[in-house]
Design a protein. Structure first.
Length: 160
């Protein structure tokens, strides 16, 4: 039985319109983010824009420093500490409300010194973010620090 060749010429315009409409509808509420490091399990994340995560949820925020990632890179970490939580450190081991969250390294993989992050009571409008991975660049370090509410893009969901 011979196969007939489909004429797709007339389908391009409606297809492009559907793609643009889906992007406009989807893009207002969601973003797609790729994890290019081993700091969190997962490679692809769906970001629900404008949604403040609860403690334990994944949160997306733009990187504020100029090193070691480009400023504005989208980071995804777990929200561990909320306003009023107590952050403490002993010998570079960090705790939030008494629960261990990780050990801060003295140097980055590239050899630069890493200053530890803030300790004390997390102020209103700020959050402590972390990852279980020992190389995660998170609130254990001054570079990341406590993430301000206005920095938060939204709640992240691991897709893959």
């Amino acid at each position: 039985m011979p196969f007939r060749r489909l004429n797709l010429r007339g389908l391009w315009s409606p297809l492009i319109l559907w793609i643009v409409a889906a992007y406009l509808a989807f893009g207002r509420a969601y973003l797609i983010a790729f994890n290019l490091t081993e700091s969190l399990p997962g490679t692809l994340f769906l970001i629900q824009k404008g949604t403040l995560p609860n403690s334990g949820d994944l949160v997306a925020f733009p990187w504020q420093a100029n090193w070691p990632y480009p400023q504005g890179s989208l980071f995804v970490k777990r929200l561990i500490g909320i306003p009023g939580s107590i952050v403490s450190a002993r010998s570079r081991d960090f705790f939030v409300d008494g629960d261990p969250v990780g050990r801060a390294k003295e140097r980055a993989g590239t050899g630069e010194l890493l200053e530890i992050g803030s300790v004390g009571t997390i102020p209103d409008g700020h959050y402590y973010v972390a990852s279980e991975h020992p190389d995660s660049l998170d609130s254990r370090y001054r570079l990341t620090g406590w993430v301000a509410r206005q920095q938060i893009v939204g709640r992240a969901h691991r897709i893959f």
